[in-house]
Design a protein around this ligand. Structure first.
Ligand code: FAD
Ligand code: SF4
Length: 510
């Protein structure tokens, strides 16, 4: 072979120009590696999802006539490390050219860039042909700054793509309909069923166990629910636009004990592995809205478009702008290990129990569960951002560092002092009570600020404000809360702090 082309596990983009025609002199290589299974403890469904999707992708390529070398985890030739595998393939094939797609993860980008500088083969870099914006779009559009606002980035992408635009004005004369998108679900609102696939992945689960790979979470090996190839990703997209988009905006922040998916798309795994592209997701949603604006109102479609072309692209740009220093930020100087029930869901706090248990069962939680339940609690309990990052990176099927890290360390933990969030996302129990039915059957009483059975979020929230008062003082958006705390009666303050400290001391840590 004259050329070797590397396809990483999150580069399963069958529409990439590499695959437009069959070239007999080009060998595509794909590796299942311990390097990837072991850099953090992943959910079993995440490991299975990536490897099963890679296998499906490799066999689809081979069926089309492409030459593919696929090294499974237990293949004797597999050196389990990317560069060792690449060197061995180059030596064996005597190729003189290696084709690489720009990786999305800093770790892999750094590794491959260093290697390419010393490799004897010529290295050709390609775009992954997936995103709508460039890695360095923040600097190019807004200059070199310490923090950026998603809203301006989003407007720029709207103008650039023309999505939901009338000339240079936003459709509906507003960029953002978020005010309409904060509904909680009433007792009479119907809860949608998710579209679940049912793959038999038993052999892969056995292989992972045989190889002694440490994982977390649960799996039903005969009913693996996630999409594994492009056709299924498109089915999931079609299901979303047909059944869920009509309420996506309304309930995007809602949580409910009887539904782990609500009106969310569950497309993040398919998007992040590049089985489908953001462009086609957004265009399918916009088509559905244009065809039936009575059923899908503007706040639903705008809310969804903002997630894909706004948040997702912005998060990527933030990651590349601030890495690598970004990954070790710790603004509040927190050092506690993660509460141990993050690994088994065993807590009397109903909101945490539900959000963690469904993450263990399905490798999925929706945004507000991640941000305002598990993320909120981790920050309020003084957990080290490294421990929080590593849990989020492991547990979710969609977790790849470029998207996990800014969401966790920055948006959720405010460890970077506000590069993308203008204030820490912390709240007392009243926010969770407003947006969910979790508090109805909880052991704790959300209305009690302190005293017997008081909701721990209420205690911890004010304890956090008290502890970090000096650091929060410079933040305009926190001034009202800080002055509320200052005005509380000293006896109440002391009772809250004492009870919060006792709670923190009794909290089991992993
Ligand atoms: P929907 O609610 O249906 O949204 C549609 C799509 O919009 C998602 O598939 C996703 O591609 C995109 N999107 C929405 N919000 C974001 C966001 N904040 N950042 C990036 N894309 C977004 N998302 C990941 O893909 N991987 C992660 O590892 C990840 N970690 C997170 C950690 C924390 C602490 C938080 C608060 C959020 C995290 N998110 C992550 C963002 C978001 O929670 C998930 O993208 C979303 O829950 C995926 O489910 P869905 O496909 O049903 O999303
Ligand atoms: Fe969570 Fe507090 Fe509500 Fe219980 S009462 S579900 S701990 S917010």
């Amino acid at each position: 072979f004259a050329e070797v082309a590397l396809v990483l596990g999150d580069q399963l983009n069958s529409k990439h120009s590499w695959f437009a025609e069959v070239r007999q002199h080009r060998l595509f290589v794909m590796f299942e590696m311990r390097q990837e299974t072991d850099y953090c403890r992943h959910h079993i469904q995440k490991v299975v999802g990536f490897f099963a999707a890679m296998r499906a992708f490799a066999s689809a390529l081979a069926d089309k006539g492409h030459k593919v070398l696929y090294l499974a985890l237990d293949n004797k030739q597999n050196q389990q490390k990317l560069l060792d595998n690449l060197d061995a393939v180059i030596k064996h094939t005597q190729c003189n050219q290696v084709l690489l797609q720009q990786p999305d993860e800093y770790r892999l980008d750094h590794m491959l860039s260093q290697w390419s500088a010393t490799s004897k083969a010529t290295i050709d870099w390609y775009d992954s042909e997936h995103f709508l914006t460039e890695r360095d779009s923040l600097t190019r559009w807004f200059g070199d700054k310490d923090s950026y606002l998603m809203e301006y980035f989003y407007r720029r992408v709207r103008k650039q793509t023309g999505y939901l635009m009338n000339g240079d004005q936003p459709v509906g004369e507003q960029w953002n309909f978020d005010k309409q998108n904060r509904k909680s679900l009433g007792t009479k609102d119907p809860l949608p069923e998710p579209l679940l696939f049912a793959h038999d992945v038993t052999p892969l689960v056995k292989l992972i166990e045989q190889q002694g790979i440490g994982t977390m979470g649960n799996i039903e090996p005969q009913r693996f629910i996630w999409p594994l190839h492009r056709g299924e990703a498109l089915e999931l997209l079609d299901y979303f636009v047909s059944h869920l988009l009509c309420h996506f905006g309304d309930y995007q922040d809602a949580m409910h004990t009887d539904s782990w998916t609500l009106f969310h798309a569950r497309l993040s795994f398919a998007l992040n592995t590049k089985l489908i592209a953001p462009k086609e997701v957004v265009e399918a949603a916009i088509d559905a809205w244009q065809n039936d604006p009575e059923r899908i109102s503007l706040n639903q479609i705008e809310g969804f478009v903002r997630q894909i072309i706004g948040w997702r692209e912005f998060i990527r740009a933030i990651y590349w702008h601030f890495m690598p220093a970004y990954s070790s930020t710790n603004f509040f100087d927190l050092h506690q290990p993660l509460p141990s029930f993050y690994w088994n869901g065993e807590t009397k706090m109903n909101c945490l129990q539900h959000s963690i248990q469904q993450s263990l069962d399905h490798a999925y939680a929706h945004h507000i569960q991640r941000l305002m339940v598990t993320g909120n609690f981790a920050l309020l309990t003084g957990t080290h951002p490294d421990a929080v990052d590593s849990w989020y990176l492991g547990i979710y099927i969609d977790a790849i560092e470029w998207v996990e890290l800014p969401n966790t360390r920055s948006m959720s933990q405010f460890a970077d002092a506000g590069k993308l969030a203008s204030k820490p996302y912390v709240s007392s129990g009243s926010y969770i009570n407003k947006m969910s039915n979790y508090c109805h059957n909880c052991h704790y009483d959300v209305k009690r600020k302190f005293g017997a059975n008081a909701c721990p979020f209420n205690l911890l929230y004010w304890n956090f404000i008290d502890q970090h008062f000096e650091k929060l003082k410079s933040n305009q958006r926190m001034s009202l809360i800080l002055s509320q705390w200052q005005q509380r009666k000293p006896d109440d303050k002391a009772a809250i702090i004492d009870q919060a400290q006792a709670f923190l001391e009794s909290l089991p840590r992993s």
